[in-house]
Design a protein around this ligand. Structure first.
Ligand SMILES: Nc1nc2c(ncn2[C@@H]2O[C@H](COP(=O)(O)OP(=O)(O)OP(=O)(O)O)[C@@H](O)[C@H]2O)c(=O)[nH]1
Ligand SMILES: [Mg+2]
Length: 436
C-alpha cells in the first residue's frame, strides 16, 4: 500500500470511530507506525513522530470550535508537515543552476522541465551540456532543449566540463536569465565525480546547486543528500519519479531530515511533469483531506475567537484584534443584528464580512503592516505608511486609505460599545449562546 493510502486508512479509524478516546488514538498511532515503516520511512523518525502525535492528540487543549476528530486530524497533519519541511519558493531572477546526481536519477530530463518552468515565469533560459562522459548526453539535451524551446550551449568533443562552463558563460554574455548546467552521473559520489563537480562550481559559480534523486531510493535519498551536501554543497533537492514509486514518502522525509530542502518534485516523463515542492499540498494529499486548508481556517478562526473575546472584554482595538474580529464576525452572523439592535446601524456593511474581496484586501493590508503599526493604529493615518502598505499588499493607496478610514469609524463605535466590559458575555447570556 502506498504511503498516502496507508495514512488515509489509518486516519479513517479516527474519522469513522464511534468514540474518539485514548484507545482510538493509540490504534491510530500504531497503524501510522506500521504504514510509515513499511514505506521506508526511518524507524527512529517514525517513533519520534508518532510519540508526538499521541502526546499532542491526548494532552493538548482542544481549540474551541474543533471536534475531537478534527483535533486529532489536525495534530497528525501538523506533525507530518513538520517532518516534511517547508514549501519551496523558486527564485525568479537571473541565476545559474548546477544539476548533479547519480546515474539515471533524472538530471537531464529535469533540466528540460526546469527550462520550461522558468520560461513560463517569463525568464529567458539556456541549458549547457556538461555531461562529458556519456556519449549520447549531448544529443539528448540538445533535443530536449528544442522541445523546451530554450537556448543550448555545448561542445561535442570537449572532455573538460569546467571549460565548457567557461565557454558557455562567455558566449552567452548575459543573454539569458537562467543558465542550467547538466553534469555527468556516476554510480557513486566518488572522488573523481566530486573533483569534477568542484571544478565546474569554481568555473560556473552557480547560485543554486540542485541534487537530483529518484524517489525509488527511499531512505537512501536522504543519505545521498547529506553526502552530496558535505562534499560539494547542495542548495536544493529535486525528487524525480514520484509518480511511479511507493517509496516517495521515505525519500521525501529522509531528504527533509537530512537538513536539505526539497525544491522540486518530478511526477512523470513529460516536460510539464515538474512542480515546486508544496509541503501543505503534499500532506493534504497524503492525509486525504483535500479540505484541510478549510480545517486549518477553522483552527485559525477558533483562535481568532479567543482573541476577539479578549479584545471585547479588554476593549482594546487595533489592527490585529480588528482582523480577528472581522474573521470571527464572518461566522457570527447574528452579531451584526445584535449590534444593530444596540443602535450601531452604520457599521460599514462590507466590513462585516459581506464581501470576501474587501476582507481579503483588508487581510493583505494588515499582513503588510509592521507589528508596531498593527498595535498602534494611529501610525497608519500617515500617508507614506499607507502607500508602503498598499505596495506590499498589492493594493491601490486609495484602497488602503479607505480601509484605514473604515477602521477608524468602527474603532470609534467600538469604543462606545466596548466601555461596557464583558459585553459579549452579557449578550451571550441574553441570547442563549446564539453567538457561537
Ligand atoms: N516516471 C518518471 N520518469 C522520469 C522522471 N524523471 C526522469 N524520468 C526518466 O528517467 C530516465 C533517466 O532520466 P535522465 O534525465 O536521462 O537521467 P540522468 O540523471 O540525466 O541520467 P545520466 O545522465 O545517465 O546519469 C528517463 O527515462 C526519464 O524519462 C519522473 O519524474 N518520472
Ligand atoms: Mg543525463
Amino acid at each position: 500500500m502506498d504511503l498516502g493510502a496507508g495514512i488515509r486508512k489509518a486516519l479513517a479509524r479516527i474519522t469513522g470511530a464511534a468514540l474518539v478516546d485514548e484507545a482510538a488514538v493509540k490504534e491510530l498511532v500504531k497503524e501510522l507506525q506500521r504504514v510509515l515503516i513499511s514505506n521506508d520511512v526511518n524507524v527512529r523518525l517514525v517513533m519520534e513522530l508518532t510519540k508526538r502525535i499521541e502526546e499532542r492528540a491526548l494532552k493538548e487543549k482542544q481549540l474551541p470550535g474543533l471536534s475531537q476528530r478534527e483535533h486529532v486530524v489536525r495534530v497528525v497533519y501538523d506533525e507530518l508537515l513538520r517532518v516534511i519541511g517547508e514549501s519551496y519558493v523558486p527564485k525568479l531572477g537571473k541565476q545559474r543552476i548546477l544539476m548533479l546526481g547519480l546515474y539515471g536519477a533524472g538530471k537531464t530530463t529535469t533540466i528540460a522541465k526546469l527550462a520550461k518552468f522558468y520560461q513560463s515565469k517569463g525568464l529567458k533560459v539556456a541549458v549547457i551540456a556538461g555531461d562529458v562522459h556519456r556519449p549520447a548526453a549531448f544529443e539528448q539535451l540538445h533535443q530536449l532543449s528544442a522541445q523546451a524551446k530554450c537556448g543550448f550551449y555545448g561542445e561535442k568533443a570537449e572532455k573538460n566540463a569546467a571549460k565548457i562552463a567557461v565557454d558557455a558563460l562567455r558566449s552567452d554574455n548575459n543573454k539569458h536569465d537562467v543558465l542550467i548546467f547538466d553534469s555527468a552521473g556516476r554510480s557513486a559520489m566518488d572522488a573523481a565525480l566530486i573533483k569534477e563537480l568542484q571544478d565546474v562550481k569554481d568555473a560556473f559559480k552557480p547560485d543554486e546547486t540542485f541534487l537530483v534523486v529518484s524517489a525509488d531510493l527511499g531512505q537512501v535519498a536522504g543519505k545521498q543528500a547529506k553526502e552530496s551536501n558535505d562534499s560539494v554543497g547542495v542548495s536544493g533537492v529535486v525528487i524525480t519519479k514520484m509518480d511511479g514509486s511507493g517509496k516517495g514518502g521515505g525519500a521525501l522525509s529522509s531528504v527533509a531530515v537530512s537538513g536539505a530542502r526539497v525544491a522540486f518534485i518530478g511526477t512523470g516523463e513529460k516536460i510539464g511533469d515538474l512542480k515546486p515542492f508544496d509541503s501543505q499540498g503534499f500532506v493534504a494529499q497524503l492525509t486525504g483531506f483535500p479540505d484541510l486548508p478549510a480545517l486549518m481556517e477553522k483552527v485559525r478562526e477558533a483562535s481568532d475567537e479567543e482573541a476577539l473575546q479578549k479584545a471585547m472584554e479588554g476593549g482594546e482595538l487595533n489592527y490585529e484584534t480588528f482582523l480577528a474580529q472581522m474573521r470571527a464576525m464572518k461566522r457570527m452572523g447574528p452579531l451584526k443584528q445584535i449590534m444593530q439592535m444596540l443602535g450601531a446601524y452604520d457599521l460599514p456593511e462590507e466590513m462585516l464580512g459581506k464581501s470576501e474581496e474587501k476582507m481579503k484586501a483588508f487581510e493583505a493590508a494588515v499582513l503588510s503592516m509592521t507589528s508596531k503599526e498593527r498595535k498602534n493604529p494611529d501610525l497608519m493615518k500617515a500617508k507614506v505608511r499607507q502607500e508602503r502598505v498598499a505596495k506590499g499588499a498589492g493594493l491601490k493607496p486609495d484602497d488602503v486609505r479607505d480601509l484605514v478610514n473604515n477602521f477608524e469609524r468602527v474603532s470609534k463605535m467600538m469604543k462606545q460599545l466596548g466601555r461596557n466590559r464583558g459585553l459579549l458575555k452579557q449578550l451571550e447570556k441574553k441570547f442563549g449562546g446564539k453567538l457561537k
